[in-house]
Write a protein that binds this ligand. Structure first.
Ligand code: ADP
Length: 257
């Protein structure tokens, strides 16, 4: 039980020990709070589509004589809620998998340029539909050790967000920079941006800046949590700068090793 916090104070050795103890209980308290919040978030996220499916199916069952058109429309609603549920569950399972400490990365030597080209090719149809200019700049070819499958997923989430949160006719630029001991991947978009007050939380699981808008764009709020976890497994860093209304810049660094 970490619900009640005990504070030990004093300036002598016992006091020092007390400080360490206080820090420890605070940490345990935070971990426990985080776990509770996660469980309640998961329940909420799963319940929302369930509730709307229940309402729609109850309505359908309430009368035996619905028009076929209405019937189809309602079934379509149920169908897209099922898709949404599946997406949340898939992302959750993936996140839990990459969060497991014992998870070993499947390292192989990889050209980061090709990896980025693959991600851009995958996202290009969506960008084209919105007339977004999605481009890659790189000075030279860089090979590093990484887990291809996981890094693909991570970059898909980040560059996918840039495309998703950029309005029509905007641009998304991916830049690969070769430093001595590390590489930098910078993703810059001319999108809607993120309010300053939300920036500290965007890597939190299920955190979305605008719940209603994110729902419409089909987000789960898990994409950045997954991306951050994968970067950390590779001993890299990820940071975000953003200006509301003008765009966002995500910077990733990865050690060359
Ligand atoms: P989602 O699945 O909702 O996109 P993410 O974890 O990928 O969830 O991102 C969390 C939130 O951060 C998003 O809901 C969105 O509000 C915000 N966000 C992420 N990337 C961008 C971006 N490039 N531009 C604007 N907002 C962004």
């Amino acid at each position: 039980k970490y619900d009640t916090k005990v504070e030990i104070q004093g300036s002598d050795e016992i006091g020092e020990l007390g400080k360490a103890f206080n820090l420890m209980t605070t940490k345990l308290f935070q971990v426990e709070e985080r776990r509770k919040k996660f469980v309640s978030n998961v329940s909420h996220e799963l319940r929302t589509p369930m509730t709307s499916m229940k309402i729609v199916s109850d309505t359908l069952l309430s009368s035996p004589s619905w028009d076929e058109a209405i019937y189809r429309e309602f079934m379509q609603d149920i169908n897209s809620e099922i898709d949404r549920l599946n997406k949340i569950i898939d992302s959750l399972l993936y996140l839990v998998r990459v969060e497991k400490d014992e998870l070993e990365l499947d390292y192989s030597i990889t050209y980061v340029n090709y990896l980025l080209e693959w991600v851009i090719k995958t996202l290009n149809p969506i960008a084209l539909k919105k007339q977004i200019n999605l481009s890659l700049t790189a000075n030279n070819k860089i090979q590093i050790h990484l887990d291809q499958e996981k890094m693909q997923q991570c970059l898909l989430n980040i560059i996918g967000n840039a495309v998703k949160y950029t309005p029509e006719e905007g641009s998304v630029t991916v830049e690969l920079v070769d430093m001595r001991d590390l590489i930098i991947i910078k993703v810059t978009d001319t999108g809607i941006g993120i309010p300053e007050k939300d920036l500290p939380f965007i890597f939190d699981r299920f955190y979305r800046v605008d719940e209603a808008r994110a729902r419409k764009t089909g987000g789960t709020g898990l994409g950045l949590a997954i991306a951050q976890q994968i970067i950390q497994l590779h001993q890299g860093t990820i940071s975000v700068k953003s200006e509301l209304g003008s765009g966002t810049e995500v910077s990733i660094t990865l050690p060359k090793k």
